[in-house]
Design a protein around this ligand. Structure first.
Ligand code: ADP
Ligand code: MG
Length: 315
C-alpha cells in the first residue's frame, strides 16, 4: 500500500489539464480563473459506504458515482462543469482498489471536461466527498423557486431503475445489468441542464425521489403540483419486474439522478426538439397548480398516497 503522498502523486499524474486552472493539485489550495461575466455554482455531496452505495459496489463505480451525483447537481442548476475536489476517507486502502476508484472518477470527469484540482486523503470509514464548481451566465441559473402555476412538469430519462436494483441487491438477488448500472453508474444530465437555461422555469435533480424532490420545488416556489403516476417514464426492465403501486413506490424512491423541471406549455415543441437533439427522453408527467404539496393520481384520476415518498437520512 502506498502512503498518502504517493497516492496523491498518482492521482495528480492522471488529471487532465484545463487552461483556467492556474494551479491544481500540489499546493495548499488551487488557483482557478472563472470566465468574466459568469457566476460560479458550487455543489457538494458525500457518498458513505453502506448508505449511498451497497458495500459490494465495485471500486470503479464508487468513483464514478461520487462525481456523478455532484455533476447531477450542477446539471440541475444549468451550470457547465469546470472544477472539482475529492476528499477521500479510506479504512484500509489497497492500491488496486484506489486505482480502480480513480479510473471511474476520471472516466466520468473526462466525459464532462471537469478538472480535479485538489482534495484530501485520510483514514476512516469509506467515504467520498466531492465538491464541484461550474459556471452559468450571470442571472441565468435554474433554481427551485421559479415554478409558475400552469407550467408543465417534465422528467428526463426513466425513474425507478436504481431503486429496483438496490432492492434486488439488498435481497441478495441478482439483478439485470441495465438496472444495476443505473444504480452504480448514474448518468448526470449536464447537457440537458445547460440546454434548459432560458427554457425551463424551475429545475431539480431527482436524488431523493421525484415526489419528495418536486415537493422542494413546490415549497420554494409557493405552488402545488399534480403528477400522473402512470405517466412516469419507465424502462422496459422495470416494466418486466414490477406492477402498479410497487412500481410507483420504486419510482419515487430516489437515486435516479434525472432532472425534474417545469416549463411553460408554450415550450413543448422546443423540448421535443431538445429531446431528439440530445437523445434524452423527456416526459411530461404533470402540471404546476395553485396551492401547495405534490398530489399524485392514478390513470383514473384518483389520488394515490404512496407509503414511501422518498429518501430521508434521519427519518
Ligand atoms: P494539506 O495538508 O496542506 O491540506 P494535503 O497533503 O492534504 O495538503 O494535500 C496535498 C495536495 O494534494 C493538495 O493540493 C490537495 O488538494 C491534493 N490532494 C490531496 N488528496 C487528494 C485527492 N484525494 N484527490 C485530489 N487531490 C488531492
Ligand atoms: Mg489536507
Amino acid at each position: 500500500m502506498s502512503g498518502e503522498f504517493d497516492l496523491i502523486s498518482r492521482i495528480a499524474a492522471r488529471v487532465s489539464p484545463r487552461s483556467d486552472v492556474i494551479l491544481g493539485i500540489g499546493d495548499d489550495g488551487a488557483i482557478l480563473h472563472p470566465p468574466a461575466g459568469s457566476e460560479l455554482v458550487i455543489v457538494t455531496d458525500t457518498l458513505n459506504s453502506g448508505v449511498h452505495f451497497p458495500e459490494s459496489t465495485a471500486a470503479h463505480d464508487v468513483g464514478w458515482k461520487a462525481l456523478a451525483v455532484n455533476l447531477s447537481d450542477l446539471a440541475a442548476m444549468g451550470a457547465t462543469p469546470a472544477w472539482c475536489t475529492l476528499a477521500l476517507s479510506l479504512p484500509s486502502p489497497d492500491d488496486a482498489w484506489l486505482d480502480a476508484c480513480i479510473d471511474g472518477f476520471l472516466a466520468l470527469a473526462e466525459q464532462h471536461g471537469i478538472a480535479l484540482v485538489g482534495g484530501d486523503t485520510t483514514r476512516g470509514p469509506l467515504s467520498l466527498t466531492v465538491t464541484a464548481c461550474g459556471f452559468v451566465a450571470a442571472g441565468t441559473a435554474l433554481r427551485r423557486d421559479a415554478a409558475k402555476v400552469g407550467d408543465d412538469i417534465w422528467v428526463s430519462g426513466t425513474l425507478g431503475d436504481a431503486a429496483a436494483a438496490l432492492r434486488e441487491v439488498l435481497q441478495g438477488k441478482s439483478c439485470v445489468d441495465v438496472l444495476r448500472s443505473r444504480l452504480d453508474r448514474p448518468t448526470p444530465r449536464c447537457a440537458l441542464g445547460q440546454s434548459l437555461v432560458g427554457i425551463a422555469h424551475a429545475c431539480i435533480d431527482v436524488s431523493d425521489g421525484v415526489l419528495q424532490d418536486l415537493g422542494h420545488v413546490c415549497a420554494a416556489s409557493g405552488v402545488g403540483a399534480e403528477i400522473r403516476l402512470d405517466a412516469l417514464p419507465t424502462s422496459d426492465a422495470l416494466v418486466a419486474l414490477t406492477v402498479g403501486a410497487e412500481r410507483w413506490r420504486l419510482q419515487s424512491a430516489g437515486d435516479d439522478y434525472e432532472l425534474c423541471f417545469t416549463a411553460d406549455p408554450s415550450q413543448r415543441d422546443a423540448l421535443v426538439t431538445m429531446s431528439n437533439t440530445l437523445g434524452v427522453r423527456l416526459t411530461c408527467v404533470g402540471r404546476v397548480v395553485a396551492g401547495d404539496g405534490v398530489h399524485a393520481f392514478d390513470a383514473n384520476g384518483r389520488e394515490v398516497r404512496l407509503q414511501t415518498s422518498g429518501y430521508e437520512h434521519f427519518a
